[in-house]
Design a protein around this ligand. Structure first.
Ligand code: IVH
Length: 662
């Protein structure tokens, strides 16, 4: 069974199992073989490094085999590793290690002769690999010629990987062209490096970090490979080879575990994928004394992070109805522990996505949750239930029964019920009360659900009529909380025009557009009477958004809700022209990432500060906007995961524009 998965993983690049499950299988097999040594056969997967070279490449025999690493999953495993070394070396003192990220790519070896790149090969089965010289030469960070005075023969070993941003860009393009998308950056790196045509490899955003040695000849005086792993890394770097900047020298198990925790916390913000850390005993004399067992050195171990992918079962696929009536398919899963949490629901975004991934009820799927990013179905492993039919878009809203419509060419299908649909009412109230809108503290999802269900609230305007007596009658609602809630609702009456406009939940009108609309019109009545052409005068408002705005204000139901809100005392200070220029971004924290075209990040930061906003280096729930330039990387993923609004450069400029002119 493991051999089958090895083939899928190493040769076909199409694994059927999440990595963690594979690791578990190996652990089980090793335990079995330890218990019943008679069962151990020489071709057991535990006895070799997996994989077969693909025939089309030239075969390279590694003079020094390329080994693998044993895995540690817990702190106890790491302690046991350290203890074994102490025992074998007969040493009592704390040991020195080098801790490095375990890069999630594929191992390669690169031979330099007289400083010139001569040959590069994949690990293959550890003894024989594939000749990928032409492809490795296309990796920009790999020098064709070494600097300084390297050994006459130097075989440097490391990991080829694909930085996450490059992976995402590549898949986006592939998707647009209807081509095959890669499952993850590791598969993508492997697939890209093993292209028979180096011109294709050259177009792929591959990178390489070196971390070890194969063969080498003694170097000229004073320019050797050093006595330790740490010195080796410095030497490789001096010769111009790329080395990961995250490697650290640490002391003892505590140093190792400290590094593991620290790097684990930063894992999501690294520009490349790692699946753990590697501890290597630092002094090379000791490494040599310890040697190897079958496929792995005794002096190094990989300490894996908890799995961020797992396989589970799709129990059902349901459609949820959002504020704008959008129908979102959600997969109900057999609960599975992944990325540190138990996941039982995953959004499938839209029906197009469901069909593209061909997810069906009863399927086994790989679920991924990395860092704070929302969990996703990576892909289907197997359609187990042969009877399961393709998921169909319902023709009627599952909540209110109104017709569902899907505009030609749009991914999203919508319930046409509007405010008659309970789900849409509920989401409208939820949005209205949310922190960035009217900010009604204590009005949580459960409570809104109850209010809608008991028909105490039909529209946001009804919130302002709620009495303590009505609230206390609800389940789990005490007098104190009822009183607090009424007060919070009362406080929300005094708001600002941009918040109010955002709270209305007009389609495509986020905070930035609401602000721009408020600044441009200065007054709600003017805005509500404006034509599409007039609304389009607002910076960065195109015909689609303008049409949504005008349609919103021309609906009698919406006008009535607004009138009732104002009658209930919802008010905001008038935005007179001079006030409009004063500190409009006060209280907003921006994070700026990626490369901007029109200005530098520094200038962008100054502009935000000048308008009373704050700029932070990291994304959190408190971030008001993430400004994303080109190649935004992990901050964008984090922001999306946390639901932080993302402004592209043009939207950011539009937001600043009215003020920069003043
Ligand atoms: S050292 C003899 N260092 O992990 C030591 N390996 O699971 C051999 N890997 O085959 C490897 N990052 O592909 C080493 N910093 C690192 C690594 C690393 C990733 C990969 C490598 C290796 C596999 C073993």
């Amino acid at each position: 069974m493991i051999a089958h998965h090895d083939y899928r993983y190493y040769v076909l690049d199409e694994p059927e199992l999440a990595d963690a499950e594979y690791d578990r299988l190996m652990v089980e097999l090793r335990a079995l073989e330890a218990e019943y040594p008679d069962l151990l056969s020489p071709d057991s997967p535990t006895q070799r490094v997996s994989g077969e070279p693909v025939a089309a490449f030239g075969v390279v025999t590694h003079t020094i085999p390329m080994l693998s690493l044993d895995n540690a999953f817990t702190a106890e495993d790491v302690q046991a590793f350290d203890r074994r070394i102490h025992e074998r070396l007969g040493s009592e003192t704390e040991l020195q290690y080098v801790a490095e990220p375990k890069l999630d790519g594929l191992a390669v070896t690169v031979i330099y002769r007289d400083g010139q790149l001569e040959r590069a090969a994949t690990r293959g089965d550890g003894v024989k690999g594939e000749d990928v010289t032409g492809n490795v030469r296309t990796i920009r960070t790999v020098p064709q010629r070494l600097r300084g005075t390297p050994p006459a023969l130097l075989e440097a070993r490391g990991e080829v990987f694909m930085p996450t941003a490059g992976f995402e860009r590549m898949n986006r393009i592939a998707r647009e062209r209807g081509e095959k998308v890669y499952i993850n950056p590791r598969n993508s790196a492997s697939g890209s490096l093993r292209q028979l045509d180096p011109r294709i490899s050259a177009g792929r955003p591959l990178d390489l970090f070196f971390y070890g040695l194969g063969m080498f000849t003694p170097a000229a005086e004073g320019s050797g490979i050093g006595q330790t792993q740490w010195e080796l890394l410095q030497a490789l770097r001096q010769w111009g080879l790329p080395v990961c900047a995250e490697a650290r020298r640490v002391r003892g198990v505590d140093g190792c575990l400290g590094y593991y925790a620290e790097l684990g916390a930063r894992r999501a913000s690294l520009p490349y994928q790692i699946d753990g850390v590697v501890y290597k005993l630092d002094p090379r004399v000791d490494q040599e004394r310890l040697g190897f067992v079958s496929r792995a050195p005794r002096w190094a171990i990989a300490h894996k992070f908890p799995a961020d992918e797992a396989t589970t079962l799709v129990l059902g696929i349901e459609f949820q109805v959002g504020r704008t009536g959008a129908l979102t398919p959600v997969a109900r899963l057999e609960p599975v522990f992944v990325g540190g949490v138990t996941v039982s629901n995953v959004t499938l975004h839209n029906i197009g996505e469901v069909h593209r991934k061909d997810v069906r009820v009863g399927d086994t799927v790989i679920v991924r949750r990395a860092g704070d990013v929302i969990p996703e179905v990576v892909r289907v492993v197997k359609h187990v239930d042969a009877q399961a039919t393709e998921v169909q878009l319902p023709s009627q809203c599952p909540i209110c029964g109104s017709q569902v419509s899907r505009v030609e060419g749009e991914a999203v299908a919508r319930c046409t019920g509007g405010f008659t649909c309970r789900a849409q009412r509920q989401e409208a109230v939820r949005h209205f009360a949310s922190r960035r809108a009217m900010d009604i503290e204590g009005l949580g999802d459960k409570l809104i659900e109850q209010l809608i269900e008991h028909e105490l609230v039909q529209s946001p305007a009804d919130l302002y009529r709620l009495s303590e007596i009505e609230l206390v009658a609800l389940e789990r609602m005490g007098e104190r909380s009822a009183n607090k809630l009424v007060q919070a609702i009362d406080r929300s009456r005094a708001t600002t025009l941009p918040r109010f406009l955002f709270a209305l939940g007009i389609r495509e009108v986020g905070e930035a557009t609401a602000l721009a609309l408020a600044v441009h019109f200065g007054d709600l009545d003017k805005l509500s009477r404006a034509s599409v052409a007039e609304v389009q005068q607002v910076p960065d408002v195109g015909p689609v958004v303008a049409a949504h705005v005008v349609a919103f204000f021309s609906a009698a139901a919406h006008r009535e809700v607004i009138a009732r809100l104002r009658a209930a005392g919802v008010r905001w200070p008038r935005l007179a022209a001079p006030e409009r220029s004063a500190q409009p971004l006060a209280g907003m924290t921006f994070v700026i990432t990626g490369t901007l075209q029109a200005m530098t990040r520094d200038e962008a930061q100054k502009a935000v500060l000048a308008l009373g906003g704050r700029v932070s280096g990291s994304v959190s729930k408190k971030t008001r906007y993430l400004v994303a330039g080109a190649e935004p990387g992990s901050k964008l993923r984090k922001a999306t995961g946390l639901g932080v609004p993302v402004l592209e450069e043009s939207a950011f400029l539009a937001l600043l524009k009215p003020y920069r002119a003043l």
